[in-house]
Ligand binder design. Sequence first.
Ligand code: HEM
Length: 179
Amino acid sequence: MGDTIMPIGKTETKAAQFADETNDAADVRMNPPPPRPNPRQEHRQRAHGGKQGVRKGFGLHDWMRLTRRAKDLAQRKGAPIRRDITVEEVKTHNKPHDGWMILRGKVYNVAPYLAYHPGGSEILERCLGKDASKLFDKYHQWVNIDGLIGTLLIGSLKGHEMPCLGEDDEDDESSDEGN
Ligand code: HEM
C-alpha cells in the first residue's frame, strides 16, 4: 500500500486533526460572546456621566475588609472625634487625596472611599469640601452612612448636635412626663 496523499491544507496527524476539529469550540472559549447588557449597571453608568462604577477589587466586600483591617482610615492620627468643625475648614479639604464631606451634620474624610463608591468616584469628587446631604438623599436615602463609612468620621459641624446612644430615649421619657 502506498502513502496516503493528503490534500494541501488538510492536517496530517491524528492530534492535528483533533486540534482542527476542536478549534471552533476553542474559539468560543477564547472569544466568548460579549456579555448581555445589565440594565442596573447601565443605569449606574448613565447616573454618573457614563463612567464605570465598581472596579474589580473595589466592591463592597473589599471596602468592608479594608475598614476592618485599616487602623486609621479617617487620618485622625489619634485625635478624638471633633465637635467644632466649621464649613470653612471643610472647604479646604477638597482634593481626592484629602477630601472631606458633610453628610447630615457630620464630617467624613471620604478620600479612601472614592474608589469604592458604587456610583463612581467622579460624582463624589465633585462634592469634596461641601455638604452633600441633599444629593446623598436624592440618590440613596436608604444607604446606611455610618454602616459604610463610620470609620471615616472626623467629627461633627460646630453647633450640630450629634445624637448619642440613649439621648433619644431620654427625650422620649421627658416628653412623656409632660403628658
Ligand atoms: C460618601 C457617602 C456615600 C456612600 C457611603 C454611598 C454609597 C452608595 C451605595 C452603597 C450605592 C449603591 C446603592 C444601591 O445599589 O442601592 C451608591 C450608589 C450611588 N451613589 Fe452613592 N454614596 C455616597 C455618596 C454619594 C453622593 C454624595 C452622591 C451624589 C453626589 C452619590 C451618588 C450615587 C449614585 C448616582 C449611585 C448610583 C445609583 C444607582 O445605582 O441607582 N453617592 N452609593
